[in-house]
Design a protein around this ligand. Structure first.
Ligand code: TGC
Ligand code: FAD
Length: 387
């Protein structure tokens, strides 16, 4: 039996029937609904918002949450496979789902009151309420402890002042989960579109994640009711806890992008005849392809074990950092190598390699830069904080 080049070690055989069904459903959505339009969306810098109802209908928003909040109680591996198959289409589509599920629905579920859960989560699962997550600030995202955005108590309300930068879904969002300094440490607030003094401004001229909305958020004395404060967490561990959920999914996403690129390199290389034979006959090209398959296989096994640890309640932030670092680096290298195998054809969005390579410049930076994750692992190994 010939091996599957995109799954050389048959990692799929390690999945449960339910996990395989989830993967197949999302793979079909990506093939039929995302791939036919995504090159044009990227060219036009357009997020395909028309896909949101279908994404919701498939149950991909908050899929791990309990059913009473609109979720499906899926396990961590299934959530990872959702991210992998969506990012095989485009990192922007996976970003939309990551932000909605892990960065917005998760904190309302984990840190919110029962009233807040019932108020927002079912509508978010249906895709009727879109969220964004405001942690990063213009003066430096790697060090969120140095947060300037602040909230001061005023009677039954809070007065919010500050700015957030590089916020995915910012201009699409109906609600923003905003982290702010208070007299009692960092706290999370649900800021609603239309609250006086809250504005979003889209970031233009992006060469990466063009099929995704990225914005700056501004808070000018926004009056936020106490009922919109997330009551069950204080301190930096609140937003960092959300990042652990999202980063976990991001370890899987780039595997999909890398698989799409390897597939493209194999097909294009087999048909490109130079010096009288397909370029895949050359040792130099085969070395590249073999290295891509090797690195994809290692990333698949790493994320699967990470997912099994998460489902067993044994996953730690250091595990996530190592996998986010490894898998983003793997995918960006493979996307760039594929671009090279395609020669000049690799520079247009007729093919996926350049789009994935450019997208992965964001993916390797957001949710903690590569350096941040390397230093998290270094801190674990040495016990010394090098930040
Ligand atoms: P540090 O002293 O290490 O920790 C402060 C408190 O937080 C706890 N903690 C965590 N909890 C959960 N998950 C984690 N990953 C955690 N890391 C730390 C920690 O135990 C402590 O708790 P406690 O109870 O003792 O107070 O904090 P530090 O200031 O030294 O920072 C460490 C560092 C640099 C790793 C952290 O600041 C960091 O991760 N920086 C990177 C920031 C980042 O990733 N921003 C992402 C913004 S969101 C985004 O990019 C969305 S893109 C989405 C998309 O489009 O897909
Ligand atoms: P900086 O923190 O200024 O880092 C600059 C450089 O310094 C990096 O190379 C970094 O690795 C390096 N560096 C930093 N500290 C150290 C150190 N101690 N030692 C050595 N090197 C160091 N944020 C949100 O809150 N919500 C979102 O939805 C969101 N979406 C995003 C979408 C996109 C497309 C992008 C590009 C970003 C998004 N971000 C979001 C922000 C993202 O998380 C930040 O860009 C990221 O955390 C890095 O912050 P920064 O850009 O300010 O870079």
């Amino acid at each position: 039996m010939p091996l599957n080049p995109l799954d050389l070690y048959d990692v799929r055989s390690l999945l449960s029937e339910e996990e395989r069904a989830v993967q197949d459903t999302v793979a079909r959505f990506t093939d039929e609904r995302v791939l036919p339009i995504i090159g044009d969306c990227f060219d036009q810098a357009r997020f395909p918002k028309e896909l949101v109802p279908e994404i919701a209908e498939l149950g991909l928003l908050g899929s791990s949450l309990p059913e009473q909040y609109g979720g499906h109680g899926l396990n961590a591996v299934s959530y990872g496979l959702i991210c992998q198959e969506l990012e095989r289409g485009d990192s922007g589509i996976r970003s939309f789902v990551s932000v909605q599920s892990s960065l917005c629905m998760y904190p309302i579920y984990a840190y919110g009151s029962e009233e807040q859960r019932m108020r927002w989560l079912p509508g978010m699962a249906r895709g009727e309420i879109i969220g964004c997550f405001g942690l990063t600030e213009p003066h430096g995202g790697s060090d969120p402890a140095n947060m300037k955005t602040n909230a001061k108590r005023d009677g039954d309300d809070w007065i919010l002042n500050g700015a957030k930068m590089w916020i995915t879904n910012g201009n699409l969002a109906d609600i923003a989960i905003v982290w702010a300094q208070t007299d009692d440490g960092i706290q999370g607030f649900v800021v609603e579109k239309g609250m006086k003094g809250f504005t979003a401004q889209e970031v233009h001229k992006k060469m990466s994640l063009r099929a995704s909305v990225t914005s700056a958020l501004f808070f000018d004395a926004v009056r936020v009711p106490e009922a919109n404060r997330l009551p069950n967490v204080k301190g930096l561990k609140g937003p960092l806890g959300c990042l652990t959920q999202a980063r976990y999914g991001i370890t899987w996403g780039p595997i999909g992008a890398a698989q799409a690129c390897l597939d493209e390199a194999l097909k294009y290389g087999a048909e490109r005849i130079l010096f009288g034979r397909p370029i895949t006959s050359n040792q130099a090209v085969q070395l590249k392809l073999a290295d891509m398959a090797r690195r994809i296989t290692m990333a698949q096994l790493l994320s699967l074990q990470l997912g099994r640890l998460k489902d067993a309640g044994a996953m730690q932030p250091t595990h996530v950092s190592l996998a986010k670092w490894n898998n983003c680096r793997m995918a960006i290298d493979i996307a760039r190598e594929t671009r090279d195998v395609l020669g000049g054809a690799g520079i247009t969005t007729e093919h996926c390699a350049i789009r994935h390579a450019l997208n992965l410049e964001s993916v390797i930076t957001y949710e903690g830069t590569e350096t941040v994750h390397q230093l998290v692992v270094g801190r674990e190994l040495t016990g010394i904080n090098a930040f």
